[in-house]
Design a protein around this ligand. Structure first.
Ligand SMILES: [Zn+2]
Length: 85
């Protein structure tokens, strides 16, 4: 079931796409490949309600360091602020 035919923010058509999304919980980040409705104009994304609940679950797990079901994929880095940037 598609709750929206158009992206409510700008009113353009949505297409279903597989997208990558980053979830953060505490110091951890997980990458998920999920289905989303993507706006053809601005790239805005809509996720299903189930997906949003799943995201919340995953973020809570990351926060609690329950990372057993996630596969490590290398380190992520944060750029240290430097005067040259
Ligand atoms: Zn849009």
């Amino acid at each position: 079931m598609r709750p929206f035919e158009k992206y409510p923010v700008c009113g353009w058509d949505l297409v279903e796409k597989k997208v990558e999304t980053l979830l953060r919980g505490g110091a951890h980040t997980a990458v998920l490949k999920v289905r989303a409705e993507v706006c053809l104009r601005c790239g805005g994304r809509l996720y299903s309600q189930e997906m949003v609940w799943r995201f919340e679950e995953i973020k809570a797990k990351l926060k609690r360091q329950e990372t057993a079901e996630f596969k490590p994929m290398g380190l992520s880095f944060e750029m240290v602020q430097s005067g040259r940037l």
